[in-house]
Design a protein around this ligand. Structure first.
Ligand code: C2O
Ligand code: CU
Ligand code: CU
Length: 425
């Protein structure tokens, strides 16, 4: 970039043909390509302008998931981008280093457009992320992993057709992809490697782990670094959640293989290909997070998620573009009590977990089911898993004005109307 502190990007929303299987092309959607989009990299403090050019013959929108920007730049259902037109939001990056993402948010159509391939990562870097002694070599030891699931027909197509079960629990595929690839292989040196994992699936939650039950360290949650790295052997991510983890491959030899998997699927083979001379150390202290002060809570609100399938609601209501559900004030600390009273989906088949997401802010979780949240939920978050009969308490404080959404990030639930609007004044 010629001008320090300024960044401009062009994103073209386009039809694509993707070769998921050899010699077979699938109709997909992508940004500047056939499937998914480029990683947008910005620095804290940057003035950013993004030109989103819609070349499709249907409308779309572009939402910056996790970004703290004014409502009119947020790209929710009100900022439609008509076919053959361009939307150019601009904003200043005013939040810490994080792995965020972007995706469309058209009313009732988010599930389909994301499923077809519209999503991309959005990295923010800052002084701290630059200074920290962690892997930063993109594609070498700092690896983006966008995890999604698909259901292919025999011809390799991915029609977005919902059956009864999809409508109830959300669309789940039987094939897991990483960055658009089926059963990918990743070559690494036997050194410390950073994986930036996004659950970009419509509805599936994963419990990621490694075939040898190796321990790893989570260093960041949705909205940035955790205060301290958290040692773990598995990390659960609901749709839209992110985790950055450090995996120490120094105990392996060249030629070894490890599988990255979840409880049901082997997802990616990691080949250790080279002996590294780099010394490997996981930093313990990562960042200081200014913790909200409970004593400063101005107001408390309840968000009760209930119903099932097409009848899913928040506070008994379904999304209405012409109704504003909540009114907030800028810079006032609020406590949001989010609970899930949904009983099973189809009869006893499912328990209807709902990942609750709030636009325009990163929040702090102070309570999960009456106790402290786990360590890896004690950093900045924008999406939180709330299972049946669970209750979480969040502290939120808006730095930007405008109209925003909150919703379940199971995209079929969102599209069924499990979403509400709030205005920050
Ligand atoms: Cu990831 Cu309302 O969105
Ligand atoms: Cu969002
Ligand atoms: Cu839901």
């Amino acid at each position: 970039n010629p001008e320090e502190g300024k960044a401009e990007f062009d994103l073209k929303v386009q039809n694509g043909r993707t070769e998921f299987f050899e010699d077979q092309k699938t109709d997909t959607l992508g940004y500047n390509g056939n499937y998914l989009g480029p990683i947008i990299k910005v620095n804290k403090g940057d003035e950013v302008k993004i030109n989103v050019n819609n070349t499709l013959d249907e409308s779309t929108t572009m939402h910056w998931h996790g970004l703290e920007v004014p409502g009119e730049m947020d790209g929710g259902p009100h900022q439609g981008i008509e076919p053959q037109s361009t939307w150019s939001p601009s904003f200043t990056i005013n939040q810490p280093a994080a792995t965020l993402w972007y995706h469309p948010h058209l009313l009732d159509k988010t599930g389909e457009q994301v499923y077809k391939g519209l999503a991309g990562l959005f990295y923010i870097e800052d002084e701290n992320s630059t200074k920290l002694d962690i892997p930063k070599n993109h594609g070498i030891n700092d690896i983006p992993l966008v995890v999604q699931d698909k259901r292919f027909t025999e011809d390799g197509d991915i029609p977005y057709e919902l059956d009864m079960r999809d409508t109830m629990d959300g669309f789940m595929g039987d094939t897991i992809l990483i960055n658009g690839a089926i059963s990918p292989e990743l070559d690494v040196k036997n050194e410390l490697v950073r994986l930036r994992i996004l659950n970009g699936s419509n509805a599936r939650a994963y419990d990621f782990n490694f075939s040898d039950n190796a321990t790893f360290y989570q260093i960041a949650s949705d909205g940035g670094f955790l205060e301290k790295s958290v040692e773990m052997t598995n990390v659960t991510l609901a749709p839209a959640e992110r985790a950055e983890i450090l995996v120490d491959f120094s105990k392996y030899k060249s030629g070894d293989k490890v599988t990255f998997r979840d409880t049901e699927n082997n997802i990616m083979t990691i080949n250790i290909i080279e002996e590294s001379t780099e010394k490997t150390e996981v930093p313990k202290e990562l960042v200081e997070i200014p913790k909200y002060d409970k004593g400063k809570i101005v107001r408390s609100r309840e968000f009760i998620m209930s119903g099932s399938g097409p009848m899913v609601t928040i506070n008994g209501k379904q999304m209405d573009m012409n109704r504003i559900d909540e009114e907030l004030k800028l810079n006032e600390l609020e406590e949001w009590v989010v609970s899930n009273e949904s009983s099973g989906g189809m009869g006893m088949m499912s328990s209807s977990p709902h990942p609750f997401h709030v636009h325009g802010t990163q929040f702090q979780i102070i309570e999960r089911n009456g106790g402290k949240p786990p360590l890896n939920e004690q950093g900045w978050k924008d999406t939180v898993m709330v299972k049946s009969n669970e209750e979480v308490k969040l502290l939120v404080n808006f730095k930007e004005k405008g109209l925003f959404m909150y919703h379940c990030h199971i995209l079929e639930h969102e599209d069924s109307g499990m979403m509400g609007q709030f205005i920050v004044k």
